[in-house]
Design a protein around this ligand. Structure first.
Ligand code: SAH
Ligand code: SF4
Ligand code: F3S
Length: 475
């Protein structure tokens, strides 16, 4: 690797420490990728900073899932252009990089549209970030979005224990990437490539390292996480259920979760793991998108509404207390009021503990964008409001059902107010506890005194505003 000495000189600071500001958009995998980019840059002498004004390098780790998500990047770049101009007046430089799914989808177009950008790097090539920065320092503008032949995980430095500790007692771990499902609305198969599973030994080693640094809860990530498959050291092929059984045996790991799953990949063994493993939390995010068979077919989901409901019956049979979550799209091309009502009925039948819902957004290059029967924006807005009203009601009812019950809470951090600590329920809700209940990393028993749709208050907790700890945010 080329040592980017000339870049340091350009800073003119005399100091060897440069600062990187990483802003993350999109799904949890982008959160994980940002951390791993931070690891790669740390080896290259970069310290993280929480302020863009302090940074020598600004990296935007982008999402392309909906038009709005991609547009946000260009408006952020407008602001960064001003910052870079102001820096230049003081004879200093600011490097700007675009990573993530917009980088993969738009590549060199980004540099054409936004000349402030020095570097575009894809989700499969970010282990080459230090090399790319060295090239930028030599005056090149770099676009590196090939699907790398090498495995980035083999080339990334291990995360240092101090960094794991700084990130807290819960951690993400990518086990699978890419998608071969080609739902007709979705860009992910084009931005993340085809389905690849990380080898079991690599995952187990990373999980052990996380546990050794104090992590208590691991969420396994994949665009199609339940399509993961691998081999045990004895050469036996196993699916996600087998991987979860192995990880549940690691000392220190008390809680396991995984996201996101496709209904077609929920096999018997994975369902059985929900019955067997105490560490596997009773919460499952299983997107269905629509309750109309006609729309499901047009979306290429390759299952019917009834298949999904039967699958949920089997999962609930294995784990009766499981809380369910999902994703919904309203206003897919051709969606009629009757189709939409099928979705509302499916939601009534399932009763979700939480859910995410979106207006359909046509994405260039996907089959959905070319379909007839695009739905009026006003109709989409009106349907989304009705659907979210129902989901909000269900989320509130689920939270209320926990009042008066004792649940286990993993303590994650001090609360916003003195005397409070905050943790998570098995169902992923934030729980506010009295600080005397335990320390960060403890799993404590808490009796729920009150609830609102976004958080729970344990008995004895000083009253406070609801803690906002979003489960995930797709910008
Ligand atoms: N495999 C992942 C995909 C992540 S995309 C998953 O199933 O969660 C997350 C969600 O964004 C999808 O489930 C879908 O509900 C929504 N989404 C994807 N493409 C969209 C589009 N073009 N318009 C609106 N919502 C979309
Ligand atoms: Fe997109 Fe469908 Fe793949 Fe999920 S399963 S990433 S929605 S194509
Ligand atoms: Fe995630 Fe958005 Fe890419 S949801 S996979 S960052 S398009």
């Amino acid at each position: 690797m080329t040592e980017p000495r000339d870049e340091r000189d350009l800073q003119g600071s005399g100091s060897n420490t440069r600062k990187v500001f990483i802003k993350t958009y999109g799904c949890q995998m982008n959160v994980y990728d940002s951390q791993r980019m931070g690891d790669a840059l740390s080896k290259d002498g970069y310290e993280p900073t929480a302020s863009m004004e302090d940074a020598d390098l600004v990296l935007l780790n982008t999402c392309h899932i909906r038009e709005k998500a991609a547009e946000k990047i260009y408006s952020e770049l407008g602001r960064i252009r001003l910052l870079k101009a102001e820096r230049a007046q003081r004879g200093k430089d600011l490097r700007v990089g675009i990573a993530g799914c917009v980088a993969q989808a738009e590549g060199a177009e980004i540099i054409e549209r936004a000349p402030v950008v020095d570097l575009v790097i894809g989700p499969q090539t970010y282990h080459r970030l230090p090399d790319a920065l060295a090239r930028v320092a030599r005056g090149e503008r770099v676009v590196d979005t090939d699907y790398a032949v090498e495995d980035k995980f083999e080339h990334l430095p291990e995360t240092e224990a101090r960094q794991i500790r700084a990130r807290g007692v819960t951690a993400f771990l990518t086990v699978q990437e890419g998608c071969d499902k080609f739902c007709t609305f979705c860009v992910v198969p084009y931005t993340r490539g085809s389905e690849v599973s990380r080898p079991m030994a690599q995952i187990v080693a990373e999980a052990r390292q996380l546990a050794a640094a104090g992590v208590r809860e691991i969420t396994l990530l994949g665009q199609n996480v339940n399509a993961w498959s691998g081999e045990t050291p004895g050469g036996v092929t196993v699916g996600l259920g087998g991987l979860l059984r192995t990880l549940a045996g690691i000392e220190g790991i008390a809680r396991l979760r995984y996201t996101t799953s496709h209904p077609r990949d929920m096999d018997d063994d994975l369902i059985a793991a929900h019955a067997e493993l105490r560490a596997l939390m009773p919460y499952l995010h299983l997107p269905v998108q629509s309750g109309s068979d006609r729309i499901l077919k047009a979306m290429n989901r390759r299952h019917k509404a009834a298949d999904y409901l039967r699958l949920l019956d089997r999962i609930r049979h294995a784990r009766p207390d499981i809380a369910l979550s999902g994703d919904f799209i309203v206003g897919f091309p051709g969606e009629t009021e009757a189709d939409f009502m099928d979705t509302m009925r499916l939601i009534e039948a399932v009763s979700y503990a939480s859910a995410y819902s979106f207006k359909y957004s046509p994405r260039p290059g996907t089959p959905g964008a070319e379909m007839d029967g695009h739905v009026d924006e006003a109709v989409k807005t009106e349907r989304l409001e009705r659907l979210q009203g129902l989901l909000r009601h269900q989320q509130g009812a689920f939270a209320d059902s926990l009042v008066g019950r004792s649940i286990e809470v993993l303590v994650e951090k001090p609360g916003r107010h003195p005397g409070q600590i905050v943790g998570r329920s098995p169902f992923l809700q934030p729980v506010v506890l009295p600080a005397s209940a335990g320390a960060v990393g403890d799993i404590v028993e808490a009796r729920i005194a009150s609830a609102n749709p976004n958080s729970l208050m344990a008995e004895g907790a000083p009253p406070a505003l609801a803690e906002a700890m979003p489960l995930r945010a797709i910008a």
